[in-house]
Design a protein around this ligand. Structure first.
Ligand code: ZN
Length: 453
């Protein structure tokens, strides 16, 4: 059971029935009954009146396991002007997510057991989805001394990462892979050679030259991706390549796959939606790390998703304050928010143009990330946790950053017309998000009476 979700007004007791939803894989129209946080019955939909304590009208919507984002920055402890566990997970629920893995580059960083426990406790108190903490690879993320990986894993860490910074020393990365291997947990690699990045602020190329902004070559990412694939071969360790953005990094991942190495990889919506051109007139909302790349990298991103090179999708949700992002391009921090636009950008950028089926697109946000981090699987079957999302894949809407649940407004997609959104999210059987248009009937309105279908 997920504790701490009751406050959301979504408190549900007895039997809840989702009526008339379209199964995300089979396309069949189904009714799903839930009790005590789990699915208790699934059957072909019947139009007859159903007795339940809570009835959710789901006709015309697609029902899928709740989405999972393996790469978010919830900013707690310490940076609550950017985001908090409460606001970040509320944004996640609004985006259709029932679980997130959060990065440890907070202030202080999550580099000991006490902070892992603290994150889990905060999430239980104030969270609106399941939260899986990622712990650091090196103490203080300084890249010098390994963290206590066994103890961190025992406390609940699901992976290790110095995200925000690379592990520059290949020797330290080698040791990290050796120590984490028996734990079966991945090292999530933020691939960036700092000597190649230098003082760069966007992709190296014609746009950077025109704007007079120092550039970051794509090799700053890919040489490290190739290095860590090689270290995976040396150690047989478990490598997960984070937020890949360029053609050469996808080649490294393909190479790893051919060699049968224990390497997986992710990419994010902005890399298939946008290029360096989005920086336009020094727009800091298009400043992220790795940076938006050239058109051939954007096309390579789509290809790597379509051909299965990419294992799963993530947002790299990285909220910053308005004041931070309003600075000059060089001074502003890297990063954009992503939880509330993820599924729309997936439908708009990958499904609508015909690159992926809707089912495959959803899988990249549900079953696939659960497999990558070894999280418990969720299905639309009896006995599964009721961690579910009702999607409206056809729905058109306009991205309005002011309406985000996240504290972050830093998105380059503001004002964009997109398609597809989460209408309702349930976590552990509790409603954690619902659009006003969703009809939810409770108690007497449903024809009363307990007892499943
Ligand atoms: Zn990163």
């Amino acid at each position: 059971m997920v504790r701490g979700l009751a406050r959301e007004g979504g408190r549900v007791s007895g039997v809840t029935i989702l009526q008339g939803a379209r199964h995300w894989k089979s396309g069949a129209t189904i009714d799903v009954a839930m009790r005590d946080g789990a699915i208790v019955e699934v059957r072909p939909s019947q139009s007859a009146e159903i007795k339940s304590d809570t009835l959710i009208e789901a006709a015309g919507r697609v029902l899928a396991p709740g989405l999972v984002d393996l790469h978010v920055h919830l900013r707690e402890p310490g940076q609550t002007s950017k985001e908090s566990i409460a606001t970040g997970t509320r944004a996640a629920a609004a985006g259709g997510f029932t679980a997130v893995a959060c990065m440890p580059n907070t202030n202080p960083v999550v580099d000991n057991v006490a902070w892992v426990r603290w994150v889990l406790e905060r999430a239980a108190e104030s969270g609106h989805c399941r939260v899986h903490p990622i712990a650091v690879v090196t103490l203080g993320q300084k890249g010098e001394q390994l963290a206590e990986m066994h103890a961190l894993a025992a406390a609940g860490a699901v992976a290790f990462s110095d995200d925000g910074r690379p592990v520059m020393s290949a020797a330290i990365m080698r040791r990290a892979l050796e120590y984490s291997r028996p734990l079966g947990l991945p090292i999530v690699c933020h691939e960036e050679d700092l000597t190649l990045k230098g003082d760069g602020h966007m992709n190296e190329g014609a746009v950077a030259t025109r704007l007079g902004i120092r550039g970051i070559p794509s090799q700053a990412e890919s040489v490290m991706a190739w290095r860590d694939v090689d270290l995976a071969a040396l150690t047989r360790g478990r490598v997960h390549l984070a937020h890949l953005s360029c053609a050469s990094s996808f080649e490294a991942l393909r190479h790893a796959r051919r060699r049968g190495l224990n390497v997986t990889g992710e990419t994010c919506p902005h890399y298939w939606m946008l290029t360096e051109e989005a920086v336009g007139d020094y727009d800091t909302h298009a400043k992220m790390n790795p940076p938006l790349r050239a058109e051939h990298d954007r096309l390579a991103t789509i290809e790597a998703i379509v051909d299965g090179t990419i294992d799963c999708l993530t947002t790299d949700h990285a909220p910053h304050t308005f004041e931070e992002k309003r600075q000059t391009f060089d001074a502003a921090p890297f990063g954009i928010v992503g939880l509330e636009t993820a599924i729309a950008l997936t439908v708009t950028g990958l499904v609508e143009p015909g690159h992926l089926s809707l089912a495959r697109a959803i899988e990249l946000w549900t079953d696939a990330p659960r497999r990558v981090f070894g999280l418990p699987q969720v299905s639309l079957e009896v006995g599964s946790p009721a961690d579910l999302v009702l999607l409206e894949p056809e729905e058109r809407w306009t991205v309005e950053p002011a309406a985000f649940y996240s504290k972050g407004r830093n998105t380059p997609f503001g004002g964009m017309q997109v398609r597809g959104r989460a209408a309702l999210t349930m976590c552990g059987g509790r409603i954690t998000h619902a659009l006003p248009a969703v009809v939810i009937r409770r108690g007497a309105e449903t024809g009363a009476a307990v007892g499943a279908m």
